[in-house]
Design a binder for this molecule. Structure first.
Ligand SMILES: [Zn+2]
Length: 192
């Protein structure tokens, strides 16, 4: 990736991280994303699972709905808009969201840290690249952008979840439950 392009990607990821921080403040798993169309953010989503009591309200699904609304408001055909989007998301899309990205024909995804438990872009399944009948086309993935910051937010969330647990127990629990890594090394290695 060229230097200028990398700087632009990092700037989008910073914005996605800001959205993830909002999720943390609202007591949601801190994942944030943007859907960018010709350099303009037309979808912005964070986890809303607890708030809505709907386990499918992941950041990406929220942002996809926003783009559909945008298309209606601007009288645009979603079938022409989605194939020109880039998804910037702080954590590797899960299997469900990766399938949604594929079905909506979003061609490019840039994400931060890996999702070792549910990741659909190589960590658990490879929805992003597999050949599948009648399920859209594979999409391009780039990863590792602002991964450490994304992991830090997730760690902060899991710490909040166990505020009364003794420190050693919190740490053990974190290790067992923490499904996210920065893609280069396991979280447990520097979780001291
Ligand atoms: Zn998801």
């Amino acid at each position: 990736m060229a230097e200028g392009e990398e700087a632009a990607v990092l700037a989008w990821m910073d914005q996605a991280l800001d959205v993830a921080k909002e999720a943390l403040e609202k007591g949601e798993v801190p994942v944030g994303c943007l859907l960018v169309y010709n350099g303009e953010v037309i979808g912005r989503g964070r986890n809303e699972v607890n708030e809505t009591k709907n386990a499918t309200r992941h950041a990406e699904m929220v942002a996809i709905d926003q783009v559909l609304d945008w298309c209606k408001q601007h009288n645009r055909d979603y079938k022409e808009v989605f194939p020109q989007l880039v998804l910037y998301v702080t954590v590797e899309p899960c299997i469900m969201c990766a399938a949604a990205v594929r079905l909506m024909k979003i061609p490019r995804v840039v994400y931060g840290c890996r999702n070792e438990r549910f990741g659909g872009c190589g960590s658990v399944l490879s929805i992003s690249s597999d050949d599948m009948v009648d399920s859209g086309d594979p999409f391009e993935c780039s990863s590792g952008y602002r991964a450490e910051e994304a992991v830090e937010l997730l760690k902060a969330f899991y710490r909040q979840e166990n505020p009364n647990a003794p420190k050693s127990k919190v740490r053990k629990k974190d290790r067992r439950q923490q499904p996210y890594t920065d893609g280069r090394q396991k979280l447990t290695k520097n979780d001291t």
